[in-house]
Design a protein around this ligand. Structure first.
Ligand code: HEC
Length: 120
């Protein structure tokens, strides 16, 4: 109903931003599939702790050893980069050591990104 009020250019902008409605609480539930490798805090597991990851340059947590693919990517983890990476890590960053097949649900990815934003 809300979408019906938006003009076509606005919808196009939303699509470009990959902007689904973001629900951090749902993202926290979805994060269970990440938690075997990632803590929401500073501590590292198989993957780096994800506190503060949104807005950070990819592959720059000082105490984690990244793959060259991630370390040299020059990505900054914004909404679009995260959405793209979580959809298919190997496709987004060939050679990444993140052993996660990807999440093909755009809404769930948006929720995950919303949750990651709460990790400050
Ligand atoms: C099987 C383990 C594993 C799972 C499951 C996993 N990851 Fe990862 N993740 C990694 C590893 C390892 C890296 C580092 C990859 C590299 O260096 O190429 C990583 C890197 C990342 C990064 C980049 C961090 C940085 O500091 O640049 C983000 C963001 C991320 N993962 C988010 C997620 C999310 C969200 C999920 C769940 C949807 C998830 N990961 C699932 C292991 C995992």
């Amino acid at each position: 109903m809300f979408l019906r009020c938006l003009s076509v250019p606005t919808l196009a902008m939303l699509a470009v931003a990959g902007a689904q409605t973001q629900d951090a609480a749902a993202g926290g539930m979805a994060f269970q599939q990440c938690a075997e490798c990632h803590s929401p805090g500073e501590s590292n597991g198989a993957g780096p702790g994800l506190k503060g990851v949104v807005g950070r340059r990819a592959g720059t947590k000082a105490d984690f050893v990244y793959s060259p693919a991630l370390a040299k990517s020059e990505l900054v983890w914004n909404d679009i980069a995260l959405d793209n990476f979580l959809a298919n890590p190997q496709k987004a960053l060939p050679g990444t050591t993140m052993q996660y097949p990807g999440d093909d649900d755009p809404k769930e990815r948006a929720d995950l990104v919303a949750y990651l934003k709460t990790l400050k």
